[in-house]
Design a protein around this ligand. Structure first.
Ligand code: HPA
Ligand code: MG
Length: 226
């Protein structure tokens, strides 16, 4: 037996590590909407695994921040599903344990991707005035961090409103060259440098209505290209 088979602990970014050679699961093994047949290569992270990992992140966040008031700042659009599920799980812990985490939830929208390429100009749309964050404990919730440029820009924007504390939860961190080194405090999964969709992650607004995180096929990229 190969002696490189070891039980995985967390990677350098703190999440579950998906290695570069992970081929994903065959689409035959899972349900997904018929309107995406032919558009996907594989199921990369099944929905159930995302939910289980999110439950643990909620516990970690509760352990660190419990009994403080927090303002959750959800980064739209891709962050909406992860944020909703994470907040649900923190609520469940608040109901069922001695600790409690009072939360308010706000939204900010960022846009930088066209097709599968990041554009240089990052737009913050809506909620430009974040003065409600002043003096607060802020938890930024993002679906994906790749170069970290977006996160860096956003942190700078948020810091300008002088919150008491800022933590970041990112469901996915992509291993990309030229990463800014700006990383979330809470990481769900560390993934290879591949373009993924589903669980609210889009390709030109498609695939948000897919519950698993999947790899898009070449024909899917062509079909939805703008
Ligand atoms: N998928 C969708 N949106 C993204 C990705 C990705 O892999 N990386 C950055 N934004
Ligand atoms: Mg997008």
């Amino acid at each position: 037996m190969a002696d490189d088979l070891t039980i995985q602990t967390c990677g350098k970014y703190g999440g579950i590590v998906i290695n570069d050679d992970w081929p994903g699961y065959s689409l035959e093994l899972f349900n997904y909407p018929k309107h995406y047949s032919g558009d996907l290569e594989c199921v990369y992270i099944p929905h159930g695994v995302i939910m289980d990992r999110t439950e643990r992140l909620a516990r970690n966040i509760m352990g660190d921040l419990g009994d403080h008031d927090i303002v959750v700042l959800c980064v739209l659009k891709a962050g909406y599903q992860f944020c909703a599920d994470l907040v649900e799980r923190i609520k469940a812990l608040s109901r069922n344990s001695d600790h409690t985490l009072p939360m308010s939830v706000n939204f900010i929208r960022l846009k930088s991707y066209v097709n599968d390429q990041s554009t240089e100009d990052l737009h913050i749309v809506g909620a430009e005035d974040l003065s409600f964050l002043t003096g607060k404990n802020v938890l930024i919730v993002e679906a994906i961090v790749d170069t970290g440029k977006t996160m860096k820009t956003l942190l700078k924007h948020v810091e300008a409103f002088s919150p008491k504390m800022i933590k970041v939860a990112g469901l996915l961190v992509k291993r990309v060259p030229n990463s800014s080194g700006c990383l979330p405090d809470y990481v769900g999964f560390e993934i290879p440098n591949r373009f993924v969709v589903g669980y609210a992650l889009d390709y030109n607004e498609y695939f948000r209505d897919l519950n698993h995180i999947c790899v898009i096929s070449e024909s899917g990229k062509l079909k939805y290209k703008v």
